[in-house]
Design a protein around this ligand. Structure first.
Ligand code: SF4
Length: 342
């Protein structure tokens, strides 16, 4: 994904035009000659063009719905933040193992919400409730918000909003490198900008429609130079031939790109690959040619919330993975903070 995302089809909820961003987006998409349709609810779009499920799925993933966020009650987002701030839902990327595959089911299209000021007011109420504690908001729970933000600038507004609050903090993670418009945002050090990174092999084979490793690393360098607190999520850590070299090379490239003076405040999160039976079915349906190994018998079971079992690596594999990645982190970034391995 070298070019920033442009939707193939756009839907508007009529109420979106009551907000400046709704009007602005309509003008933008009309000027681009994109087909515009109307819907009464961003939750009920079904008639995607396409001759079969796979084609409809592809079109849905490049459809943008511009609507209003009605529910201003935020979900919790432990452990990385107290709340999820809902700026958008869905993603244009095609990562085979994306968690949205199962959580969004029949609604793989992208939704953006134009009532951003109301969303920020709701965030401010949550901040007030917890004062004098700091309250952290995660903006990437239901989408890759950076991949969309060149169109809406909602994330940029959120960064500047939290920059002005005393006790609010923002964080998000991305697999996209389209960060230039965010570099001059007045973040005031209150936003942690995280990149999801992986070995080259994993990105090339399982993350179509996202930015390459080199592009993400270059973007991380820019973000660091713009003074943002920086973080990396290495996820999903996936065992493949040559995985040790692949992850070593990833750290080496990070080391080459990141300025020395930003390394005191870098965080790392490590997440090993996992899947559920439901996810396996969806992945095989949407990406029938995937090389992703989803063999339950090669994994061990971990029971998650609500009694749903996940398949993670065997204990000895997990230990080796952990030891290897920790040693690379310590070698290249001895002052970085390890948040967790899961
Ligand atoms: Fe899912 Fe993130 Fe990939 Fe988008 S970039 S498809 S949110 S894993």
């Amino acid at each position: 994904m070298n070019k920033p995302f442009i939707p193939q089809l756009v839907y508007f909820e009529p109420k979106a035009f009551d907000y400046p961003l709704g009007k602005e987006l309509k003008e933008k998409f009309e000027a681009l000659g994109i087909e515009i349709r109307y819907t009464t609810s961003h939750n009920q779009i079904r008639d995607f063009p396409g001759e079969n499920d796979l084609q409809k799925y592809r079109i849905a993933k490049s459809t943008l719905v511009v609507g209003i966020r009605k529910t201003l009650k935020f979900d919790t987002s432990k452990p990385s933040a107290e709340y999820a701030i809902p700026l958008a839902t869905g993603c244009m990327g095609h990562c085979h193992y994306c968690y949205l595959q199962t959580t969004m089911g029949s609604k793989p299209y992208i939704r953006t919400y134009v009532n951003v000021e109301e969303i920020f007011e709701a965030a401010d109420r949550y901040i007030e409730e917890r004062a004098p504690e700091i309250t952290r908001f995660e903006a990437a729970c239901t989408s890759d918000i950076v991949g969309l933000d060149h169109l809406t600038h909602s994330l940029k507004k959120a960064i500047e909003h939290f920059g002005q609050t005393e006790l609010g903090r923002l964080r998000f993670v991305t697999k996209f490198h389209h960060v230039d418009h965010l570099l001059d945002a007045k973040h005031n050090g209150h936003t942690r900008f995280r990149f999801s990174i992986n070995a080259d092999y994993v990105i090339r084979n399982f993350e179509p429609g996202t930015s390459s490793l080199a592009q993400r690393i270059e973007a991380a360098g820019k973000v660091a130079r713009a003074g943002y607190p920086l973080g990396f999520i290495v996820a999903p850590i996936y065992l493949h031939d040559g995985w040790q070299e692949g992850y070593y090379h990833m750290f080496e490239r990070l080391d080459a790109e990141l300025p020395q003076d930003v390394r005191e405040d870098i965080t790392f999160e490590f997440i090993q690959h996992r899947f559920t039976k439901a996810a396996k079915n969806v992945i095989n349906k949407n990406y029938p040619k995937t090389k992703l190994k989803l063999d339950e018998s090669a994994r061990r079971v971990k029971w998650g919330k609500y009694g749903i079992s996940k398949y993670i690596y065997q204990k000895d594999e997990e230990d080796e993975m952990k030891e290897t990645l920790y040693s690379y982190m310590e070698k290249f970034f001895p002052n970085a903070k390890l948040e967790y391995f899961t």
